[in-house]
Design a protein around this ligand. Structure first.
Ligand code: SF4
Ligand code: SF4
Length: 283
């Protein structure tokens, strides 16, 4: 039987998620809890209700139809009832077979533009059984992943074998600081980075630059040390923090508590990486 996975978005015509024009599949669930996460709907592994508060006129239809007001079960009744379309269920179950079939429909576009499919999230390696089957079913299409690298060595190796391109986040080089800011130490991540470097598969490293957290000279220099002399590293991408990161938290009933100064200017010290001859671009 085909494995099932939970997807929260599928975006066609993506241009920043690997080579060419791509379809990006956003998978639900992440083992990390980065304080700056801008996709809070990707944290939970389960489908969940997402409510837009702007435009609500208080008509109360959502409450009238709700069978479980104390604890939302994502049944979707209020989604249908809301006349202003302010509610949606975030997270749809797919079999790997059905999703692959859907993605294959754009194969001609991928071929014309040197593009393909990118798995993102959330953290795609967390749904690894589904991902392995999906990647197998997509063989013949260029397959990429955007990952935080937090999974076992064995799973990472299996997934890597089925990929053409990898985008890997390196959030912080210091294990203790990594644990403080993301909820997990980075030992597994750094071990998987070494595995990736040895694999010879082409990859991009990404740093989401967070003011006062990982944009220090010390962290950027330590990250450059991790990435230096890596033949299969195509480039490093720096993604400066945006203050809009917290916008979606209330929609999934979460509180945004970043613990850093959002107003501080980010230090995108490109010269540190250039000194190590690492090609850099700021997104
Ligand atoms: S999805 Fe809506 S109707 Fe269903 S339990 Fe949650 S709040 Fe109630
Ligand atoms: S049904 Fe929609 S418009 Fe009416 S109270 Fe609920 S969210 Fe607001």
């Amino acid at each position: 039987m085909s494995k099932t996975g939970i997807i929260f978005d599928i975006k066609q015509l993506a241009v920043f998620d690997g080579p060419g024009i791509r379809t990006t599949v956003f998978m639900k669930g992440c083992p990390l809890r980065c304080k700056w996460c801008h996709n809070p709907e990707g944290l939970s592994f389960l489908p969940q209700l997402m409510v837009s508060t702007q435009g609500c006129d208080g008509c109360g239809r959502c409450k009238e139809v709700c069978p479980s007001p104390e604890h939302c079960t994502a049944c979707g009744r209020c989604v249908v009832a809301c006349p202003r379309h302010l509610r949606k269920i975030c997270g749809t179950e797919y079999t790997a077979e059905a999703l692959a079939k859907k993605l294959w429909k754009d194969e001609r576009i991928f071929r014309m533009n040197g593009g393909g499919v990118t798995l993102s999230g959330g953290e795609p390696t967390a749904q690894w059984e589904f991902v392995l089957e999906l990647l197998e079913r997509l063989e013949g299409i260029h397959r990429a992943i955007e990952t935080c690298g937090y999974c076992s060595w064995e799973i990472f190796a299996e997934i890597l074998n089925r990929l053409d391109y990898i985008i890997m986040d390196i959030k912080l080089a210091d294990p203790k600081k990594h644990k403080y800011w993301t909820g997990k130490s980075n030992e597994r991540i750094l071990a998987n980075l070494e595995q990736l470097k040895c694999s010879k598969k082409p990859f991009t490293a990404r740093i989401p630059l967070i003011p006062g957290v990982n944009d220090t000279k010390e962290n950027l220099r330590m990250t450059a040390e991790l990435l230096k002399y890596t033949d299969n590293l195509e480039r490093l991408e720096l993604l400066p923090y945006h203050k809009t990161a917290g916008a979606k938290y209330s929609m999934v009933n979460l509180e945004y508590a970043p613990r850093f100064d959002e107003n501080q200017e980010v230090n995108a010290a490109v010269e540190i990486f250039e000194r190590y001859e690492i090609p850099v671009r700021i997104l």
